[in-house]
Write a protein that binds this ligand. Structure first.
Ligand code: FES
Length: 195
């Protein structure tokens, strides 16, 4: 796929188009990017705001976080990613057969996200909700932001203005691996503290 053809429409099917590679993450770094580790991407292709940028490619750790066969519908599993530093708390959840963008497994219903609200870092533990076809995290206990887990953590309502960072997953046999992160973790100026 060429960089200029990247298209992310928020759908489950479109999730792959958001990813150059599940084990890579693009940090928009402009003129400061080093030539040996950069690639050129087009932001907002096909729009008046289309712009070419250098992006730095950073590798994430591949961390086994669960066995698919042991996950129960609507029972979030807590883990840390991409490290054990501050604000690394995440949840993995099986949404009960409701396909979600970036979801893995036979039904595409296993997804993972940061637990930190993107507004001011409110803790989202214990706020997973399954109502009809809706799968959400929130409302945040601080200012009530609510995130849609079926659509890459976009904001449903509230004070936040950034989607909830989504942990990219891979399935290898019965093992679920975290392999990357889409979106900046609250409270960090970069996701990988040691990069
Ligand atoms: S910290 Fe979550 S809505 Fe403000």
């Amino acid at each position: 796929m060429s960089a200029s053809s990247l298209k992310c429409d928020g759908s489950a099917a479109g999730h792959g188009a958001c990813m150059v590679n599940r084990r890579q993450f693009l940090l928009y770094s402009g003129a400061g990017a080093a030539a040996a580790s950069t690639m050129t991407i087009t932001l907002f292709p096909g729009t008046a705001e289309a712009a070419t940028q250098k992006a730095r490619v950073v590798g994430y750790p591949r961390k086994r976080i669960a066995r698919l066969s042991e996950l129960k519908d609507h029972h979030p599993l807590d883990f840390t990613y991409p490290d054990n530093f501050a604000n690394a708390q995440c949840l993995l959840v099986k949404t009960g057969g409701v396909e979600a963008g970036g979801g893995i497994g036979p039904h595409g219903d296993v997804v993972a996200f940061s637990y930190l609200c993107t507004h001011q870092g409110g803790p989202l533990q214990g706020t997973y909700q399954a109502t009809g076809d809706q799968r959400t995290l929130g409302p945040c206990p601080f200012h009530l932001s609510l995130y849609d887990l079926r659509r890459h953590g976009i904001i449903v309502s509230g004070q936040a203005y950034e989607s909830l960072p989504q942990v990219l997953l891979e399935l290898d046999g019965d093992d679920v691996y975290a392999v990357g992160m889409m979106g900046l973790i609250f409270g960090r100026d970069k996701n990988l503290m040691e990069s």
